[in-house]
Every structure is written in structure tokens, then in C-alpha cells.
Design a protein around this ligand. Structure first.
Ligand code: CP
Length: 310
């Protein structure tokens, strides 16, 4: 796919479905330019951006913060535990307040799937919404940084074989990645516990036992076991060792991978559960690169959203 680099302008970033292929490739190219030292091209000298994380985060929260500072934005920090959320303030009223204060864009992570609908439908809320993860729904900025990492490695998506392995049902990263990678022509395979797999995923790819797919694919995308969301569908009883041996990328399984194949994981990694500790920073791992690329992709996303305000 040959798409010219051009200025991208987004009103919000809520899901990956809302992005065109041209916007996806444009964001990847812009993020690569930032990685190579490009400066931002913002239209106003001062923009205010607030990071509102109602669920825990290290990478998404802090890489948005680094990205904002690299772009020279005014960063408004928000701690739900010391805010009026503790007095019963709703998400809608928190964002209405940010808008009234003149905040241009908010990055939100929240446990409620699709939390953003009422915010973007409001006529009173003027700030742009960047979804930093909604429950088990979507994680568009993680997906875009994953695609940037894959594109850096291979230079194409069409025909690339990608395995998504693990706790797929609860993973917003998996949902965003299966949708966008499939649209860009990648061939998707799934594996992991059947308890955490849904037949709805069949439109994007096919389930295979892990030992069958590990030697076939170009990308092994391992997912975190999301213990915090398992209460929704009842208990699953894998010991760490049992999960690792049955569904994890063990050192033995990794030896079956193609030499050119890469290992990805959105992190945080449960070491020796989803993948062997020794593989996390190994030769075929791109997990550290994913975290680094997160800063540059989030710069590209913020720039595009602020372009949309001009
Ligand atoms: N990958 C990811 O979203 O990590 P955090 O939960 O630390 O932000």
C-alpha cells in the first residue's frame, strides 16, 4: 500500500474502526518521523491536555505524558483518588469541567466499555477525546504503536501472519489489533484457553493449537492474563506453571519460531506465565521497542487531534 505522508486531522480517537487506512499509515509515518527527530507542527502556541486515568496504567499514562511534553503541550494531571470523583462526580461532569476550563484534549482510561459515547454526543463538551482504553473494548493507541512496530520490522501488513495468543476475550488490545490488522491484509491466527475465546473472533481469523501455529507465523503477539476482569465470567483455575506450559511461549516453543519472526506483548508481562522470562528481552522480542514507539505514536495521535481543533 503506497500512501503519501500528509497532515492528519482527527476530531477524537475512540476506536480503530473510525480510522481510514490512509490515516493509519499516515500516523505510522508521522510517528516514524518523530522517532527520527522531526518537530511538531502545531497551529497554536498553547494547548492544554489532561490525562484522566480511572484504571491503573504505567505505559499508556506515562508515554502520553512524555509525548505531550515533547510536543510542548501544557499537561494537566488528574488523580481520581484526590478529585471530586470521590464526592460522586460522574465521568460526564469531570469531562464537562475540563472542557469548561479550556482543556483542548483529554486522554481517558476507564473500566466502562464505550464510556466515550455520551461525551462525544454532548453539545457542551468541546474537548477532543483520546481513548486510552475502555474496559475490554478498545485500546487504539496501543494498536497503532503495535502496527508501527510491525511495520518497522517488515514494511508491510498484507499477507503477514500474526498470532494473537492468550486472554483474548478480556483484551482490548486484541480487539483493536484483530480488527485493524485484518483490514490491512494480515492473516490472523488465535490461540489460548478456549474459555477466553469467542466465536465472534472467527470473522478476523482462525483458532489453532499453539504448537501448530508457533512455526507458521511472523508475529507472536502474546496477551496478559487479565485477572482483574475474570470476575465477569466466573473463575478460571490455571496455576502459573500450568498456564505457561499449556498456553505460554516457553523457551522450547520459541525454538520453533521462524528466525525472522518477532515476539510482541502490550505489557505489563507476567513473566514465566505468558512467555518465558528469558524471552522478554531476547533477540526476537520487540517488547521494549513497543514501549519506546508508544511515545512517538502518541505524539502523532496528539498532533492529529490538535490539528483537528484548528
Ligand atoms: N499496554 C498498556 O496499556 O500498559 P499500561 O496498562 O501500563 O498502560
Amino acid at each position: 500500500m503506497i500512501i503519501q505522508s500528509q497532515e492528519i486531522s482527527l476530531k477524537h480517537l475512540l476506536t480503530v474502526e473510525s480510522l481510514t487506512d490512509e490515516e493509519v499509515m499516515g500516523l505510522i509515518r508521522r510517528a516514524a518521523q518523530f522517532k527520527n527527530g522531526a518537530r511538531s507542527i502545531l497551529n497554536k502556541p498553547q494547548y492544554f491536555v489532561a490525562n484522566l486515568f480511572f484504571e491503573n496504567s504505567t505505559r499508556t499514562h506515562k508515554s502520553f505524558e512524555v509525548a505531550e511534553k515533547k510536543l510542548g503541550l501544557e499537561v494537566i494531571e488528574f488523580d481520581a483518588s484526590t478529585s471530586s470523583v470521590q464526592k460522586g462526580e460522574t465521568l460526564y461532569d469531570t469531562i464537562l469541567t475540563m472542557s469548561a476550563l479550556g482543556v483542548d484534549a483529554v486522554v481517558i482510561r476507564h473500566s466502562a466499555e464505550n464510556y466515550y459515547h455520551e461525551l462525544v454526543e454532548s453539545k457542551s463538551i468541546q474537548c477532543s477525546i483520546i481513548n486510552g482504553g475502555d474496559g475490554s473494548g478498545q485500546h487504539p493507541s496501543q494498536c497503532l504503536l503495535d502496527l508501527m512496530t510491525i511495520y518497522e520490522e517488515f514494511g508491510y501488513f498484507d499477507g503477514l501472519k500474526v498470532a494473537i495468543v492468550g486472554d483474548i476475550t478480556h483484551s482490548r488490545v486484541a480487539k483493536s489489533n484483530m480488527q485493524l490488522l485484518k483490514r490491512l491484509g494480515a492473516q490472523i491466527y488465535f490461540s489460548g484457553p478456549k474459555e477466553w475465546y469467542d466465536s465472534a473472533f472467527e470473522v478476523y481469523g482462525h483458532y489453532l493449537p499453539l504448537d501448530e501455529l508457533v512455526s507458521k507465523v511472523d508475529v507472536m503477539m502474546m496477551l496478559r492474563v487479565q485477572h482483574e476482569r475474570h470476575h465477569e465470567v466466573g473463575k478460571t483455575n490455571f496455576s502459573k506453571e500450568e498456564y505457561h506450559q499449556t498456553y505460554g511461549l516457553t523457551e522450547q516453543r520459541a525454538k520453533q519460531m521462524k528466525p525472522s519472526a518477532i515476539i510482541m506483548h502490550p505489557a505489563p508481562v507476567n513473566r514465566d506465565v505468558e512467555l518465558a522470562d528469558s524471552l522478554v528481552e531476547g533477540m526476537q522480542s520487540r517488547i521494549v521497542q513497543q514501549m519506546t514507539n508508544g511515545v512517538y505514536m502518541r505524539m502523532a495521535i496528539l498532533e492529529a487531534v490538535l490539528n483537528g481543533k484548528a
